[in-house]
Design a protein around this ligand. Structure first.
Ligand code: UD2
Length: 296
């Protein structure tokens, strides 16, 4: 499938009656281009799970663990078992320079892990930058036809709550937890017109995070290909976007509006205090000491 099919519900499915007037009133649940914004309380797993189960989907996830970041991998994998698409076919692809150090984590039936070797890097910026290239190659070489959706996730994070089929969509972006109440003029977009990631003042919808994005494999292939090419074009002009591939991702999502937006429940940060509209934290970045873990 290249486009999402409309939901087909099994007959006689029992679930809570939906309401057209009662729902979350403290947050916005649809964008001005009519993409849903997923918050706790906006979806019913009793309704969604049987619909998606019937489609026998496969969900891939990519995660990079290069250099000292390998130490985050065990918690990431163990908590994914508990919360990430439980009960569905999941294939996690780990990209690492230390294949032997990948921890053995017991996975449930229908779930599997593959390890891909990547070279070590001298600069931390190189690692996050190369992700787009490797994600594009992974999709083209292995995922088309075998997997329906992919999520690309940061390894220095853990799952704390349900992350399931409510997150599926053509092109899926996650709102960055650090800027979701801010005016777009202060978003850390790339502001130099020389860069292909440039977003002008007064432009932009949201600030999306580089640490989690995804969607249908065909859509993510396009995204990765475009970001990689833009990254290269920038490199030729000796410019590196402010937040590397996160800047390019934001530029891409400004032009190609995501069809589904995940609220900051889907990528919080452990150091941030809980906000009242955040009823559940599903995935959150751990506190890390940059000086200690980055190559330089
Ligand atoms: C932000 C983004 C991140 C990326 C980066 C810009 C979030 C939560 N994080 O986080 O996705 O866009 O800005 O470059 O939105 N990695 C390694 N080894 C390293 C360094 C990085 O494996 O030595 C991988 C690892 O999977 C890590 C990811 O690259 O999770 C992102 O790097 P980061 O976590 O250091 O980036 P950070 O915290 O600045």
């Amino acid at each position: 499938i290249t486009h999402e099919v409309h939901p087909v519900s099994p007959d006689h499915l029992k679930y809570k009656q939906p309401s057209i007037i009662n729902g979350r009133k403290d947050v916005v649940t649809v964008t001005p281009w009519l993409a849903p914004v997923v918050w706790e309380g906006t979806f019913d797993p009793d309704l969604l799970n049987p619909i998606y189960k019937a489609q026998n989907l496969s969900i891939a996830a990519s995660v990079f663990a290069v250099g000292k970041y390998i130490k985050f991998l065990r918690d990431f994998l163990e908590t994914a078992e508990l919360h990430f698409f439980v009960g569905f076919n999941v294939h996690i692809y780990v990209f690492t320079d230390q294949p032997k150090a990948v921890p053995q984590v017991k996975m449930a039936a229908g779930r599997q892990l593959s390890v891909r070797s990547v070279p070590s890097a001298k600069r931390w910026q190189e690692i996050s930058a190369r992700r787009m290239e490797l994600i594009q190659e992974l999709i083209e070489a292995e995922l088309h036809g075998n997997n329906d959706y992919i999520f690309c996730l940061d390894v220095d994070s853990k799952f704390h709550g349900h992350w399931g089929v409510e997150s599926l969509g053509g092109l899926v972006a996650v709102i960055h937890p650090g800027y979701y109440k801010d005016d777009r003029s202060v978003f850390p977009y790339e502001r130099r017109p020389l860069s292909t990631a440039y977003i002008a003042p007064g432009e932009g919808d949201f600030y999306y995070c580089g640490g989690a994005f995804g969607g249908h494999v065909g859509e993510v292939q396009q995204l990765a290909k475009t970001c990689r090419q833009n990254f290269r074009d920038d490199a030729e002009r000796e410019i590196e976007a402010a937040w590397q591939e996160e800047s390019h991702l934001n530029r891409y999502m400004w032009i190609n509006k995501p069809s589904k937006i995940l609220s900051p429940e889907y990528l919080w940060q452990d150091f941030k205090s809980r906000e009242p509209e955040i009823h559940i934290i599903r995935f959150s970045g751990v506190v890390k000491n940059y000086a200690e873990i980055r190559p330089n």
